[in-house]
Unconditional design. Sequence first.
Length: 298
Amino acid sequence: MKKIAIFGVGLIGGSFALALKGAGAVQQVVGVGRTAATLERARALGIIDVACTSVQDALAGAELVLIAAPVAQTGAILAAIAPHLQPGTVVTDAGSTKSDVVAAARAALGPKIAQFVPGHPIAGAELSGPDAAMAQLYRGKKVVLTALPENAEADVERVAGAWRHCGALIHRLGAEQHDSVFAAVSHLPHLLAFGLVDDIARKAHADLLFQYAASGFRDFTRIAGSSPEMWRDISIANQAALLRELDEYMAQLARMRGLLAAGDGTGLEAVYANAQQARHAWNKTIEAAERPAIEGGN
């Protein structure tokens, strides 16, 4: 591609740019952001070639546009893009929720909705900003595309091809199915990690507790170091599905509390054993899926 534009040049957008540059898949990357300092830092790091404050200038001649901003901002960004979106430009996003993004896109783009291909890279870290960007972030990781009925297959493939240049594995889901799946395996775990750390931090003896927290606590709560703004937006955007998963998890905790209160070691062990078996099986599946992409390169 000769030119791409990225709205949001932090971990997600910045890593996308670095990966495409590393693969020789793009000649020019234009960055658009909320603050001049962030854009300048991204330019200094070689993530973007041009820092742009004009949406019109950013889109001029761009073959692909990536929106890598918090999901609550997607509608406003699409509304700003719409008047300047020319035929031949494909827009995609990296949001962790899809039903709300699709609704925002339909409202903002109207008859140009066919040019928007929703997406979600399943990769990240607890760090944020341009300094967190890394060219290898997407190697062997999944990217879910929730293509719309209006999308031309060639446009979907343009987005998929860009992610493949980053080393990613392409999967497809419907928007509602996507949100249901990720409420269970991503959004709920983040809510739980944030909740646990917040609970401990509010205790009178928090300093003592944190003093003795070790690797298990660190691994379980790593994602609580993520952006509060981003996860606030994701939680509200996927509220219905997340509430369903939270209710089911609270019912599971109630069952486990009952086992513990009754001193039912056999019952607790059965829960633990089932979880262990499922965890090992999942881990083997992930390793088998990711290894060919990592070993085989782009």
